[in-house]
Design a protein around this ligand. Sequence first.
Ligand SMILES: C[S@@+](CC[C@H](N)C(=O)[O-])C[C@H]1O[C@@H](n2cnc3c(N)ncnc32)[C@H](O)[C@@H]1O
Length: 222
Amino acid sequence: MGHTDDVSTPILRPGIKTFKPRRSRITPRQQQALAHAGPCLLTEETLDDAWASDSPVIVDIGFGSGEPVAAMARTFPEQIILAVDVHTPGIGDLLDRCRVEDIDNVFVIEADALELLPAIPGPVSGVRTYFPDPWPKSRHHKRRLVQAPVIDVVAERVIEGGFWHLATDWAEYAESICAAFDEHTAWQGGVIPRPDWRPVTHYERRAIREGRAVVDMWFTRI
Ligand SMILES: C[S@@+](CC[C@H](N)C(=O)[O-])C[C@H]1O[C@@H](n2cnc3c(N)ncnc32)[C@H](O)[C@@H]1O
């Protein structure tokens, strides 16, 4: 297992981004939520706040929109969810849901997870990554979020007994994820049946509509 304690060392090759540029409009509701975000919207400077209580912190990487995170926050009220994404409308959506639904166990940060992970200041009890962009073309595989160097850094942040739960509708990506985890001495696990508490997201609905099977994977930090 390598070490990436130097926060200035990029996890992937410099310039490689795992997300697609999106220009979706921010709705007035999302704009309002962003403008009046309370202490649950974190920056790298206030990231410590997620660890202010004794509750376990679960990091959701690439949460997309607010609905699934809000559902998970209601299902697991004993957990703090640190939701990370680069997509501003999704950040606004989640902030709005947390305010409307009075959810107090979610923190949100607008950040590239690959830059954030090395800077994470506290123990992580689990990580969730649902439907990461599959980057299906071979020449784009280098842009995949879930690959050996990232698994390595996450292993350094997740406590022993902690987990990384992933789901994808891209069979070949699932195979490559399992193969990369198998190579690691720090993780144990593989494909699991779909847990019924995982919310069905927009991406999952589309996969089902288009006839692609969804694979859930669960790896425990040993
Ligand atoms: C296909 S969407 C899936 C969203 C959600 N997890 C779901 O299941 O509906 C992938 C999300 O990951 C985000 N993402 C990709 N790479 C990221 C990174 N390095 N840091 C933070 N978010 C990232 C994208 O912005 C996008 O919102």
